[in-house]
Design a protein around this ligand. Structure first.
Ligand code: GLP
Length: 241
């Protein structure tokens, strides 16, 4: 696991956007795994600016997002599809047909696993971007999730609902379930970059970097992956030995 220490999320955006754009420049057919949440926003902002400046071609790039809230339609202002269109896709020359976000209308795990089949059909994810939940979740794989899990309908924990309530008018509006790529779907990516900034992530970062690998901290499974880069600020790193 490679660790890059930066001073804040704005610097994370500069560093991670460069890492992603280098990959896109060297492989115009790349398959990217993308994340939502506040952590990757500065990365997407930098990608938009640099793609214009450097004339980077996204027309053959394919993207798969990690997760979507169950029950939210793509045009719902808190859906992850809406987030991705607004924060990234509408501002680069990506073909919308090549951007995939799990449907919030999926009801069964059988339907959900078609997402993994689609990822495999497209050749698998070359580079997966991740954020980190306060409780160590990646995607919406909450503590206790199976390491072998594929895309499925998942139940959100109370702490995740509380953490994400800031994006909704009312905590009661936060969906209690989501469709999320599983830990195995994530581990199948060839390369992974995770962004974690701020003190609230410190305990999860400690478990991610120092282990032990345990279902109590889903992020700790990344210790078993051979190409993970973790981009953290001093606050998120403060419990590390
Ligand atoms: C959300 C998302 C995750 C994200 C995490 C952290 O619940 N499902 O994919 O990484 O929480 O969010 P943030 O970056 O806003 O701290």
């Amino acid at each position: 696991m490679k660790i890059i220490k930066i001073s804040n999320n704005s610097e994370a955006g500069k560093v991670v956007s460069d890492l992603i754009l280098e990959e896109v420049k060297s492989n115009s057919n790349i398959v990217l795994g993308l994340a939502t949440g506040s952590s990757p926003i500065t990365t997407y902002e930098n990608i938009i600016v640099k793609s214009k400046e450097q004339n980077i071609d996204w027309s053959k790039v394919t993207t798969f997002n990690l997760d979507e809230y169950k029950g939210l339609a793509p045009d719902h202002s808190q859906s992850y599809r809406y987030f991705m269109n607004n924060k990234l896709f509408n501002h680069i020359n990506i073909d919308s047909k090549n951007t995939f976000v799990p449907s919030g209308m999926i009801e069964t795990n059988q339907e959900a696993q078609k997402y993994d089949e689609l990822i495999a059909q497209k050749g698998g994810i070359d580079l997966q971007l991740l954020g980190l939940g306060i409780n160590g979740h990646v995607g919406f794989n909450e503590p206790g999730s199976e390491f072998e899990g594929l895309t499925s309908v998942v139940k959100l924990t109370k702490s995740t609902i509380e953490a994400n309530a800031r994006f909704f008018d009312n905590e009661k509006d936060v969906p209690t379930q989501a469709i999320s790529m599983g830990l195995k779907s994530i581990m199948n990516a060839k390369k992974i970059i995770l962004i974690a900034t701020g003190e609230a992530k410190a305990e999860a970062v400690k478990n991610l970097v120092e282990g032990p690998v345990s279902k109590n901290w889903p992020c700790s499974i990344l210790l078993n992956h051979k190409d993970v880069t973790v981009v953290i600020d001093h606050e998120a790193a403060k419990l590390l030995k």
